[in-house]
Each structure stands twice: as structure tokens, then as C-alpha cells.
Design a protein around this ligand. Structure first.
Ligand code: GLA
Length: 390
């Protein structure tokens, strides 16, 4: 664990330790607690957390959704199924608010067919070739669920399990702390893994996602968040302009497994070191963008990874992270078969993902930064999405 990440994580710990007051309205119990936030000024909303039912799984587990609101009008809903971000409402420069993430109106859609809409992905985000790796001389075979490869944690990854949830509140921020214990051999991974993910919204117009995990056997861990963004609130995303703070990326084979090469982005459609729209050069990228960018920061400390500008709404999203990599996926597999929120049809490129991560297939690539978590160590990762307008 690099020092910067540890310091960031320690700061977060003290934030949690100080968060003495948890105000949560439990609508089911019918006992709303009075909000401790001051009365909102005109045009503002009050910082708030509300817990509501969001349906039931076929095995009878109740799923809850937490609605978070900041004084500045940022709103998010996160649910216990998949620790999923269900909606994210962000004001634009003209005071109009749009939900800028793809998803469904109800639990059913998420359970039946979701390409990881808004979920937490793990135990290992992205691909591990043939689902195989060797660790300390032992060969492991993971579940394969993407052709011959392992993708996003396997057949039943962290996006398809029910998490425990606890609301959190402190000055200037509201959040939900999710917990899940992944069992030894789950999807073929070694060791029990205890995971905590905290989503929080701040009055600085930020959505923060912080991750922690500990294991009782050495195991690969690579957690990420899989929202499909559309800062215009609908339509295709080809006009969004990206700046990615990466001078290199990891080229892939036909199965989207990195070849091991770290290739410079200069003079290629992968060069987003200055702003370019997603659509400008996408025709030159076979299949569209679905690549891991090697962030300039090298990871281990908070650094700006990507800046997105959507010209119609004027919305800007900046993502900072302690991770060394960023998977930019341009929604290539969306094909119009999904009708999402409000019956909107999600065609190709109607959303894009920016997944902060370690590089795909790291357990088989000794030259990539290691993803192995050992007993006694703590996995820590932090990603912050900041919203601005122009
Ligand atoms: C990630 C992968 C893509 C695809 C999506 C989910 O972004 O890199 O190849 O699997 O998730 O559809």
C-alpha cells in the first residue's frame, strides 16, 4: 500500500469516526427523524437521507434504496442489491436537473438483465484470461462468464449480491456504508474477503466512492464502480468531450485481454491528453473504446484521472482516484434491447463507463501493478466524481 493512499484512507477513517450523528428516515417504520440540517435557503434543498423499500428478490430478501440529497441539489439513490447507484441527479448551468446515469426504474430490470448498470464490481473488475492464475505456486480456476474469460467477478459477482447498508451523516456530507463478505472459493477465489464500500455526496458537488477490503488468504482484488454516464441525460454520448490524464494505454487481443504491452497514446485515437469528443475518432477503434488507460499519476495518491464536458448541458464531471488505471468503455455492447428508466431505449453509445481500477488481467501480468491482497494488509481505494458547469 502506497503512502498517499493510506493517508487519504486515514482521512476518510477520521471522517467516519467523527460521523456521530446518523439521521435516517425509515419510511417503512413510519418514524421519520427530524433533519438536523438548517432550513434550506430559497432554491436549495436540505441535506437528507431517506430509506425506502425497492422490491424483493425471488428468494424473499427485501432490497432497500437510500435517497441522498445535498444542500446544493445533488441527489443520488443507492440500493443494497449490488451496492448499485440507481440514479444521480445533477443540476446543469441553467438550473435544470437530469439523471445522468443509465439504469432501471425497478429492481426487476437489474435482476433480469443488467450490463452492470451502476453497480460495484468485484472481486476482480474486468477480465482475467481464461479465469486462470497462479498465486504462491497454487493454480486457481475462476468461473468463466465472458467467452473463455472471467469478467467482473464471475457468474455471481458483487453486482449480484445483497449488501448490508448503514446510513451516514456528517457536516457537509451524507452517505451509505455498504458491507459484504465474500466467502472462500466464491466464484473460485481464494479466501474470505470482507469488503466495505462507502458512497457519499458532499456539498462540494461530489460523489465519493471509497473501498476497503481485508482477506484471510492471499487473493486478487480489484474493485470498481460501473455507472454508465450520460451528462446530457439522454441520446448518444458521442459529443461528450474527454480529457484523460494518461500517456499510455494497454492494447488488447480479440478477447479484450491486455497483450502486456504499455503503448503510448500519442498519434492515435487513444490520445485524450487534450480534449476530444468520444465520437471524433471512434470509427478508427475496432469495436469502439473498451480499454484501460495507464494514468499519469501511477496510482497510490489522489490525482485527476479524467475530465468530461458535455456541450449541450454545460455539465462537467471530473474523476480523481488513487487507482493507477481507468477503463474507458463507450457503451459498445448496448444495442437497443434494453428499455431503461422511463422506457428509454438504450442504443449503442447511449452511455459510457469510466471505471477506476488496476489493469485487467494483472494476476497474469507480472509487470502490471500488483492486485494481490495478503492477510494482515488492507486494500484501500478512493474515487471522487466532482460536478461542475460551464
Ligand atoms: C466493462 C468491460 C466491457 C463490458 C462492460 C459490460 O466495461 O470492459 O467489455 O464487458 O464492462 O458490458
Amino acid at each position: 500500500m502506497k503512502r498517499g493512499a493510506t493517508i487519504v484512507a486515514m482521512g476518510l477513517f477520521s471522517f467516519l469516526a467523527l460521523a456521530g450523528l446518523i439521521a435516517c428516515k425509515d419510511e417503512k417504520a413510519g418514524l421519520p427523524e427530524p433533519s438536523v440540517a438548517g432550513e434550506p435557503a430559497e432554491g436549495e434543498t436540505a441535506m437528507d437521507i431517506q430509506k425506502r423499500p425497492f422490491g424483493r428478490t425471488p428468494d424473499g430478501t427485501d432490497i432497500e434504496v437510500y435517497a441522498l440529497t445535498t444542500d446544493k441539489g445533488l441527489k443520488a439513490r443507492v440500493m443494497t442489491y449490488g451496492a448499485t447507484l440507481v440514479s444521480l441527479e445533477v443540476p446543469d448551468g441553467a438550473g435544470r436537473t437530469d439523471d445522468i446515469v443509465l439504469g432501471y426504474d425497478a429492481l426487476d430490470g437489474y435482476m433480469k438483465s443488467s450490463p452492470y448498470f451502476g453497480s460495484i464490481v468485484g472481486r476482480y473488475g474486468n477480465r482475467i484470461a481464461k479465469g486462470r492464475f497462479a498465486l504462491d505456486g497454487v493454480a486457481y480456476q475462476l468461473a468463466t462468464n465472458n467467452g473463455e474469460n472471467h469478467l467482473h467477478g464471475g457468474i455471481k459477482g458483487f453486482d449480484k449480491v445483497v449488501w448490508k447498508a448503514e446510513p451516514m451523516r456528517e457536516a457537509g456530507a451524507v452517505g451509505v456504508k455498504f458491507g459484504y463478505v465474500s466467502k472462500d472459493d466464491e466464484e473460485g477465489y481464494p479466501g474470505n474477503l470482507a469488503v466495505t464500500v462507502i458512497y457519499s455526496l458532499t456539498n462540494d458537488n461530489e460523489l465519493k466512492i471509497s473501498y476497503e477490503a481485508t482477506a484471510d488468504k492471499a487473493t486478487p482484488v480489484n474493485l470498481t464502480h460501473h455507472s454508465y454516464f450520460n451528462l446530457a441525460g439522454g441520446g448518444d454520448v458521442l459529443g461528450h468531450e474527454l480529457t484523460i490524464y494518461a500517456d499510455a494505454y494497454t492494447p488488447v487481443d480479440a478477447g479484450l485481454i491486455p497483450t502486456g504491452e504499455i503503448r503510448l497514446v500519442a498519434d492515435s485515437p487513444f490520445d485524450f491528453t487534450t480534449p476530444h469528443s468520444i465520437g471524433e475518432r471512434i470509427a478508427r477503434v475496432e469495436g469502439g473504446y473498451d480499454h484501460n488507460f495507464v494514468l499519469r499519476s501511477g496510482g497510490g495518491m489522489m490525482a485527476l484521472a479524467v475530465r468530461v464536458f458535455e456541450p449541450q448541458s454545460g455539465r462537467i464531471m471530473e474523476i480523481s482516484t488513487t487507482e493507477p488505471g481507468l477503463q474507458f468503455y463507450s457503451g459498445n455492447f448496448l444495442d437497443g434491447t434494453i428499455s431503461g428508466k422511463g422506457g428509454k431505449v438504450y442504443n449503442k453509445h447511449y452511455g459510457f463507463c469510466l471505471e477506476t481500477q488496476h489493469f485487467p488481467d494483472s494476476p497474469n501480468k507480472p509487470d502490471f501493478p500488483s492486485t494481490i491482497l495478503r492477510p494482515g494488509a488492507v486494500y484501500k481505494s478512493l474515487t471522487v466524481h466532482r460536478f461542475l458547469t460551464r
